[in-house]
Design a protein around this ligand. Structure first.
Ligand code: DX5
Ligand code: ZN
Length: 232
């Protein structure tokens, strides 16, 4: 199991976005999680493809774009062209989810699907063989710094069981309230891609925050591959 840390830039200081992201990467983060919100699907507005494009030259780390928007199909080509590597869409926001996942792949990105806290894992049964990752929301999407919803744990464990039973390869990501008091539980449940916003970017030591959170996650994992980790 390769545990990877994906800092969510939502909690970064946008006046120093590149420096903040590079500090997290210095602490071992290998994925940059980019939260895109439209003020319709979620009650907050963040940024669009230009931020992804401006950030692209600063690092080779994976850009993991989490779309919390309506009409995702309309924007997927622009996010792909801007430099996204992975694009994930919400099951709840996509009427033709199969088509949307194909569209992401068609534009050269790896598709992911996201479920809100109230959405059961069972709703994904027909797309699990199409996705690179399943993202389990452990807060209601829209804002950083919310309390972890523990119901995510059984959903993560359920996904890990289904993946094994069906011989599938998708990775399991978790997003929301991931910090020192929750990271061990989500890793033991089976999550391997850990999104963390406030736990990484709050305070003055972003590199130390990332390093310590990643170490706590790796210590909780039954078996861990450390390849690719840039530990400092
Ligand atoms: C919430 C976003 C998250 C958020 C996580 O809608 O998808 O990525 O930034 O923030 P924390 O880690 O502070 O809960
Ligand atoms: Zn997110």
């Amino acid at each position: 199991m390769l545990i990877e840390l994906a800092p969510s830039v939502l909690s970064a200081d946008f006046a120093h976005l590149a420096d903040n992201v590079l500090a997290a990467i210095k602490g071992g983060a290998t994925i940059v999680h980019l939260d895109v919100m439209d003020g319709h699907f979620v009650p907050n507005i963040t940024f669009g493809p230009p931020i992804v494009k401006w950030m692209r030259p600063i690092t080779d780390a994976i850009f993991d774009v989490h779309l919390m928007i309506e009409n995702a199909d309309r924007y997927i080509p622009d996010f792909a062209a801007a430099g996204a590597n992975w694009i994930s869409v919400h099951q709840e926001a996509c009427v033709h989810l199969n088509c949307t996942l194909q569209l992401i792949e068609h534009h050269g990105c790896k598709p992911g699907v996201v479920i809100n806290p109230a959405t059961p894992v069972e709703t994904l049964s027909e797309v699990l063989d199409m996705v690179n990752l399943v993202l389990v929301m452990s807060v209601n999407p829209g804002f950083g710094g919310q309390k972890f919803i523990r119901g995510a744990l059984h959903k993560i464990a359920n996904l890990a069981r289904i993946r094994k039973e069906r011989g599938l390869n998708f990775r399991i990501e978790v997003d929301g309230g991931i910090a020192h008091d929750t990271v061990a539980d989500v890793v033991r449940a089976g999550a391997e891609l850990l999104v963390a916003g406030s736990a990484v970017f709050d305070g003055h030591d972003i590199t130390g925050n990332a390093r310590n959170l990643l170490k706590a996650a790796q210590d909780a994992a039954p078996e861990v591959k450390r390849a690719g980790m840039k530990m400092v």
